[in-house]
Design a protein around this ligand. Structure first.
Ligand code: ZN
Length: 314
C-alpha cells in the first residue's frame, strides 16, 4: 500500500496560488513549479502583482483581462523565456493591456516590465483554438470556450494521470458578444472562479430591458447617458445592446481599439454579423476639436472605459 501511495503522490500535481485566492485580481496558479496558469495584476493603486518570483517553463493564459494576463510581460525579462500559450484574441488583448500599463506606469518602479519585455511577447507566443490539445511544460493542455469574453478559455491540464480543470472566469448564460460556456470536460480536480459564487444574478433579459428603458427615457427627456464599461467585453456588449434596440451610441476610450481588434476574430464571437452591425451603429470618439464637449450636449449614450469617464466628459 505504501508503494502505491507513494506513486500516487509522485504523480499528483502540486498547486500553488501566487495570487487571486481569497481576493480579486492578480490571478496566478503554479503547477509543479513549472506550468503557470495566468499571471495577472490588480489595478488598484499601487498596482498589485502575484507574489514570489517565478521561473516557469511555460505559461497558459485563460483570457485577456488585466487580472489574469496583466503581468505576463514581467516573465519575459530573463534569459529563459517561457512560451506563452493563449487563444488568438487573448494574445491581442494582452498586448493592448501591456501597452496601456506602460502608458500608465512605464518607467516607474510600479511597472514590473519594460517596453522590451512587451516586444518579446511576439517571440514566445503560441496561439491555439478551442478543443485543440497542445503540449506545455510536459503537460497536455486543452482550451474550452468559457463564454466570458472573446477568446476566454477553461484550461484543462493533464499529466497523463491527473486532469486538472482551471475554469478561469466564465459565463453560463449567453451574452450578445459570446455564447455561454458549454463544455464540461471531465477532471479529477477543479479550480473554480468564485467571485460571484454566492450571488444570484437577475435574469439577463430583464436587466437588458430595464437598461434599455432607462437609456430611452433619459435620451427622450433630453439627457446624455454615460455608460462606464470595461474596455474588453463590456463595451462591445453594450454596443450590441444599443444596436439591437436601435439606440445611437458613441464609444470612447480603450474600448475603441479593442472593438477594432475583435473584428479580426469573428470565429470567437457569437454572431459576427451582429457585431459588424454594432460597429456601424456606433460612432467612435477621437476627441478632436472639442468633440467630447459637443457630444456631452447631445441626447445620446456614450460608452466609455470606466476610468476615463470622469475626466473626459469635462
Ligand atoms: Zn475576466
Amino acid at each position: 500500500m505504501d508503494g502505491k501511495r507513494q506513486r500516487c503522490e509522485e504523480r499528483s500535481m502540486q498547486v500553488e496560488f501566487l495570487g487571486g485566492a481569497g481576493e480579486i485580481g492578480r490571478s496566478a496558479v503554479l503547477i509543479d513549479g513549472s506550468l503557470l496558469l495566468d499571471y495577472g495584476m490588480a489595478s488598484e493603486l499601487p498596482p498589485q502583482y502575484p507574489v514570489d518570483d517565478v521561473d516557469p517553463d511555460a505559461v497558459v493564459v485563460s483570457h485577456g483581462h488585466l487580472d489574469h494576463v496583466g503581468a505576463v510581460p514581467a516573465l519575459l525579462s530573463g534569459t529563459e523565456q517561457p512560451t506563452v500559450h493563449w487563444t488568438p484574441p487573448t494574445r491581442e488583448l494582452a498586448l493592448t493591456l501591456a501597452e496601456d500599463t506602460l502608458k500608465l506606469h512605464g518607467g516607474s518602479p510600479r511597472c514590473p516590465f519594460t517596453e522590451n519585455d512587451v516586444r518579446r511577447i511576439g517571440e514566445v507566443s503560441a496561439t491555439h483554438g478551442y478543443r485543440e490539445p497542445f503540449e506545455a511544460a510536459g503537460y497536455e493542455v486543452t482550451f474550452y470556450n468559457a463564454g466570458h469574453i472573446p477568446g476566454s478559455a477553461h484550461v484543462l491540464v493533464s499529466d497523463g494521470e491527473t486532469r486538472l480543470l482551471y475554469t478561469g472566469d466564465f459565463h453560463t448564460d449567453d451574452q450578445r458578444l459570446v455564447p455561454a460556456t458549454s463544455d464540461r470536460p471531465d477532471a479529477d480536480a477543479v479550480i473554480c472562479e468564485s467571485t460571484y459564487s454566492d450571488v444570484s444574478h437577475e435574469d439577463r433579459g430583464d436587466v437588458e430591458a430595464s437598461f434599455v428603458e432607462t437609456l430611452r427615457t433619459t435620451v427622450w427627456q433630453g439627457g446624455t447617458v454615460v455608460v462606464p464599461a470595461f474596455a474588453i467585453g463590456r463595451t462591445q456588449e453594450i454596443m450590441l445592446v444599443c444596436a439591437a434596440h436601435d439606440i445611437d451610441c458613441y464609444v470612447d476610450g480603450m474600448g475603441q481599439r479593442v472593438t477594432e481588434q475583435l473584428r479580426h476574430h469573428p470565429a470567437f464571437l457569437r454572431d459576427a454579423d451582429a457585431f459588424r452591425g454594432a460597429v456601424s451603429n456606433a460612432r467612435f470618439v477621437d476627441g478632436r476639436d472639442g468633440q467630447r464637449r459637443r457630444i456631452a450636449d447631445q441626447n445620446a449614450a456614450v460608452v466609455t472605459t470606466s476610468g476615463c469617464s470622469e475626466t473626459k466628459i469635462r
